[in-house]
Design a protein. Structure first.
Length: 430
């Protein structure tokens, strides 16, 4: 039986010094209840907590650990690099190496600017789009999360949905005014917003495969229609690939879906587990970025050598081993089939959405296509399932508005163990 004695003590202590005891809200287990598990270390797909309990990890640090924790090549590269100092605030050759590699892997981009998080990447991409088009407004989709910059905290997904604060205090009405929200997968809704704000919209930003309302896939034709609409109206289409990038395929969602974006943002995998984000696009648009152009964007630690070597090493490995993406997709499909079987046997209402190595189980009887349908699964079943799985050594995302992220370090034995745990968990929930 799992004991959480040390985690519980640590959480009490953490609450004295850190708001809510955590440095990012979803970690507090607020939507599932109970004590958050404090992690001590991890190797491959196995997490070890402060009480010595072990778990099979389906979060992968929310994406970056696509080849497993403490991936030997990445760890070795960091160790070697760290001896040469941890930051210069001056250009390095390594920044050219990673930029070249990203431009080689990702379609339709000429230049890439490194930042320190997915939030910064998306915030900067919006600024570039505004600077380039000379327009102020942008459209985002309800349930999509693009980081915690003010202009995105309007009907955002992820933790913002879990906590029911889609419109966060601290975001001014002026800021909110320039953020228009549309229903994901509803092209008519987007067209209507565009018509009502003719020549005022700089960009449409979207998670091509959404992960922040659980995993939600674009309907056939939706992305194509968005692309056409943007072309017709002089709007930039921004793919927020913070989750999708270097996960769905070498070239991310653009390659996976065969759709061209005007700007792309990255985070997570791109940093190999270090704090990194990036935005990228063709020369024609990126030429507005400072110091080439007038759109200002900077960072004391941007291009940090330790972060760059971690990201570069991981991306290079993914680039040289395209079979990793196929293996990962096959493993996720195996899990999908296994979960589908035990869920069907359980008699509970459920839907499973999957794309590549992103997958979500929704306890609902409606197809999950957008935020409203995803929200029907935010019910009492989810926390029950979460805790039953946790007790059986399976670490799932602690919110129904999150996707699982698989890692290629998962073995078929681990997947079988997970499916068996799901069977027992569903039995226990009856
Ligand atoms: N965009 C997407 C699609 C994300 O999933 C996230 C984070 N989960 C972000 C942006 C923000 O990234 P970060 O947390 O690194 O600021």
């Amino acid at each position: 039986m799992y004991q959480y004695k040390r985690s519980s003590e640590l959480f009490d202590e953490a609450n004295k010094y850190i708001p809510g005891g955590v440095n990012s809200p979803v970690r507090a287990f607020k939507s599932v209840g109970g004590t958050p598990v404090f992690i001590e270390k991890a190797k491959g797909s196995i997490l070890t907590d402060a009480d010595g309990n072990e778990y099979i990890d389906y979060i992968s640090s929310w994406g970056p650990m696509i080849l497993g924790h403490a991936y030997p090549k990445v760890i070795e590269a960091i160790k070697e690099k760290v001896e040469d100092s941890t930051s210069f605030g001056a250009p390095t050759e390594l920044e050219i190496d990673i930029a070249k590699l990203i431009v080689e892997m990702v379609p339709n981009i000429d230049k890439v600017r490194m930042v320190n998080s997915g939030t910064e990447a998306c915030m900067s991409a919006i600024r570039v789009a505004r600077g380039y088009t000379g327009r102020n407004k942008f459209i985002k989709f309800e349930g999509c999360y693009h980081g915690h910059a003010d202009s995105f905290l309007i009907k955002a997904g992820s933790g913002a949905s879990t906590f029911g604060v889609p419109n966060s205090p601290g975001v001014t009405p002026g800021t909110a005014n320039d953020t228009l929200t549309a229903r994901y997968n509803d092209i008519d809704n987007v067209k209507q917003l565009v018509a009502e704000n003719k020549d005022e919209i700089a960009a449409i930003i979207i998670e091509p495969i959404a992960g922040n309302m659980g995993c939600v896939l674009p309907k056939k034709g939706f992305m194509e229609e968005l692309r056409t609409l943007c072309d017709q109206e002089g709007i930039l289409l921004i793919f927020d690939e913070v989750m999708n990038g270097f996960r769905l395929a070498r070239g991310g969602a653009q390659e996976y879906l065969g759709i061209k974006a005007d700007l792309v943002t990255f985070g997570k995998v791109i940093g190999g587990g270090m704090p990194v984000g990036a935005y990228a696009g063709p020369d024609e648009i990126m030429k507005v970025v400072s110091p080439l152009g007038p759109v200002y964007q900077a960072g004391t630690l941007s291009g940090n050598p330790i972060a760059m070597i971690a990201g570069y090493t991981l991306l290079k490995d993914l680039n040289e081993n395209p079979q990793y993406f196929t293996e990962l997709e096959e493993k996720t499909e195996y899990l999908h089939k296994g979960l589908d079987k035990v869920l069907a046997e359980s008699g509970f209402d459920y839907k499973i959405n999957r794309c590549g190595s992103m997958i979500s189980v929704f306890f609902t009887d409606v197809d999950v296509l957008d935020f409203d349908t995803a929200a029907t699964a935010n019910n009492e079943k989810f926390p029950q399932f979460f805790h039953e799985m946790l007790k059986r050594g399976i670490y799932l995302p602690p919110s129904s508005f999150e996707s699982y992220f698989l890692s290629n370090s998962l073995t078929y034995e681990m997947l079988d163990k997970t499916i068996q745990a799901a069977k027992e968990s569903l039995e226990a929930m009856k």
